[in-house]
Design a protein around this ligand. Structure first.
Ligand SMILES: [Zn+2]
Length: 297
C-alpha cells in the first residue's frame, strides 16, 4: 500500500473536487467533466435555492473545492456568506457570465436569474463551463470540449423541436400560470405568456391582491390549467385551481432536478419534461375550445 503525504497529492492525480451551488448547474458540469471530477451540489434535488440556509458541512465542501460554480444573477445570495466565512482561494466561476439578464415580468429592474430555463442559454452555460474547466485542468481540455459539444448539439436540437411544437399552438393558447416567476427566458424563446403568483424568488408570500389578480387573469384569458412546481408548496396553486375550477396542469421543475427515478433527473430531461407538460396542457385547452365551439354551433 502506498501512503501519500499532503504534498504528494498534487502528483497523485486526484479527481478534481467541484462544488456547484445547485443541482441543475451541477448536472451541466458533470456532463462536461464526466468522471474526471467529483461534483457536489449544495442545494440538492427538489430543493429551493432562493431560501437555502448553508450548513457547516457546506463550508467544509467549499474549503476542499478545487473550483466553485455558481449561477449568478443574484440567484444564490447566501453563497457570499460562505465565501466570506471560509475565505476560500478556489476559483469561483459564474455560469451566466456574458448573458444579459431579462428582468422579472412583475418588477422591472429585478433580474430573473432562471436563465437555464432556455436551451439556448443552456448552450451559453456549457460554453462557460468548458472554458472554466479547461482553465483549471488544461490537460483534459479536448475531452471537455468534446463532451460540451455533444451537450450543445442536444440543446440546439431540443430548441429547434420546442420552437416547432410551440409554434403549432395558437398564440392565445400559449398562456401559463405558475407559482413563481421562473420562466421569462422560456417565454422569450417560444412566445409564451407566463403569469405567476410570486416574484423571481420565493422569499415572500403573495398578497391577497396578487392572488385576486391571478384569479381574474385565469377567467379573463380563459386559461384552463395552473402549474405547480417541485420546489414550492402546491397549496397556493391548489387554492387558485379550486376557486377558478381549472385543473392542475402538472409539475414544472423550475429550479431543481428530480430524484434519479423522477421525470427530471438531469438538465436535458428537465427541459424536455417542462416542455411536454406545457404542450400537453395547451393542446388540451385547444381541444376543449374546439368542443365548446361545436356544442354552441
Ligand atoms: Zn426560482
Amino acid at each position: 500500500m502506498v501512503f501519500f503525504s499532503f504534498h504528494d497529492f498534487a502528483y497523485a492525480k486526484e479527481k478534481l473536487k467541484i462544488v456547484s451551488s445547485f443541482s441543475i448547474l451541477g448536472d451541466m458540469i458533470q456532463a462536461v467533466c464526466q468522471d474526471h471530477a467529483d461534483v457536489v451540489c449544495l442545494v440538492g434535488i427538489d430543493a429551493d435555492a432562493h431560501v437555502y440556509e448553508p450548513k457547516p458541512s457546506d463550508a467544509k465542501l467549499i474549503l476542499q473545492a478545487d473550483a466553485i460554480f455558481i449561477n449568478g444573477m443574484e440567484f444564490e445570495g447566501w453563497m457570499k456568506r460562505l465565501f466570506e466565512a471560509t475565505k476560500t482561494s478556489a476559483p469561483i466561476f459564474k455560469a451566466t457570465d456574458g448573458l444579459k439578464p431579462l428582468s422579472s415580468s412583475r418588477i422591472e429592474m429585478i433580474p430573473d436569474p432562471h436563465a437555464w430555463n432556455s436551451p439556448l442559454n443552456g448552450v451559453h452555460y456549457i460554453e462557460n463551463i468548458v472554458a472554466s474547466l479547461s482553465q483549471i485542468d488544461p490537460e483534459h481540455k479536448d475531452l471537455f470540449e468534446k463532451n460540451g459539444k455533444a451537450m450543445i448539439d442536444e440543446l440546439q436540437n431540443l430548441h429547434k423541436w420546442a420552437e416547432k411544437e410551440f409554434g403549432s399552438i395558437p398564440q392565445n393558447k400559449r398562456k401559463v400560470i405558475t407559482s413563481h416567476d421562473a420562466f421569462n427566458y422560456m417565454a422569450r424563446d417560444y412566445n409564451i405568456k407566463f403569469y405567476s403568483a410570486t416574484g423571481v424568488d420565493t422569499k415572500s408570500e403573495p398578497s391577497a391582491k396578487t392572488i385576486a389578480q391571478i384569479v381574474d387573469t385565469i377567467r379573463a384569458e380563459n386559461i384552463s390549467a395552473v402549474f405547480v412546481e417541485n420546489i414550492t408548496n402546491p397549496a397556493l396553486m391548489e387554492q387558485i385551481a379550486e376557486e377558478t375550477k381549472v385543473k392542475i396542469g402538472g409539475i414544472l421543475y423550475s429550479d431543481a432536478l428530480s430524484s434519479s427515478n423522477g421525470p427530471a433527473p438531469n438538465y436535458l430531461q428537465l427541459l424536455k419534461h417542462n416542455f411536454m407538460e406545457l404542450l400537453k396542457t395547451m393542446r388540451e385547452s385547444m381541444e376543449q375550445a374546439k368542443t365548446a365551439q361545436k356544442v354552441s354551433a
